[in-house]
Design a protein around this ligand. Structure first.
Ligand code: C5P
Length: 232
């Protein structure tokens, strides 16, 4: 599986998203459509961006009873996206149901990635509110192993965890990693940040990059810089 840069289209309207993509005249970047854009525009924006030739990671983080997730995944699979995700906390039964729902009659399906613990969850909150009394990194690795056992393709994690995830779940188990910043860039609200070059050294398979590209004065140049550092 080749390494790639995924641009997070964190925008609140389809017109902004399409105008942003219009700037890329000679490349079709892999893009991530999250809740903001999907809830603003619905499946139509997914179809439009797909029709322009982009690969799409649909980041809707499903988490419900297995039957509901299976049926929702069948609908998302029909949108012909390339990658979707869910919360590993929904249990192995939910993840297996999700895979069944995603698989098309011809056996093909989008990649399915799990969120382990959100990076916004601290050790203290996890203990006090979720009643999980284990070190956070152990919880993340356990959820990753559950996702692998359920047959998923990978997890969303920090580039700093990519090596451990590959050790625990196999080299071909994908690590999709946000929290990427240029060495001379602004971290914003991300705390543990890594440059594209460092993410490559650490073994990330895909980096997800939002503001360093979307809010750059020249997004195409910023995207090219990410590609040059990460893919080489
Ligand atoms: O703008 P920035 O590069 O921080 O965007 C990162 C993207 O990755 C955002 O869409 C954010 O929601 C997403 N993400 C994240 N951390 C996670 C999971 C997803 O930053 N643990």
């Amino acid at each position: 599986m080749g390494k790639d840069v995924i641009i997070a289209l964190d925008l609140d309207s389809g017109s902004k998203a399409l105008a942003f993509l219009d700037q890329f005249t000679d490349q079709k970047p892999y893009v991530k459509i999250g809740m903001e854009l999907f809830y603003a525009e619905g499946p139509a924006i997914v179809r439009q961006i797909k029709a322009r030739g982009h690969r799409i990671f649909l980041d809707l983080k499903l988490h419900d009873i297995p039957n509901t997730v299976q049926r929702a995944m069948a609908v998302l699979s029909g949108l012909d996206v390339d990658m979707v995700n869910l919360h590993a906390a929904g249990t192995k039964a939910m993840m297996e149901a999700a895979l069944a729902g995603l698989t098309r009659p011809d056996g093909s399906r989008p990649l399915l990635i799990a969120v382990t613990q959100l990076t916004s969850t601290s050790q203290q909150r996890m203990e006090e509110e979720l009643l999980i009394q284990k070190p956070l990194d152990e919880v993340v690795m356990h959820y990753a192993r559950c996702a692998a056992a359920a047959g998923l393709d990978g997890v969303v994690c920090s580039p700093l965890e990519a090596g451990r995830v590959h050790e625990g779940c196999g080299g071909s188990f994908l690590t999709v990693t946000p929290g990427v910043r240029f060495a001379d860039g602004d971290a914003g609200d991300q705390v543990r940040v890594t440059t594209p070059a460092r993410a490559k050294q650490l073994g990330s398979d895909y980096i997800v990059v939002g503001r360093p590209i979307v809010a750059a004065p020249d997004p195409v140049a910023a995207y090219r810089r990410c590609l040059a550092e990460f893919v080489g």
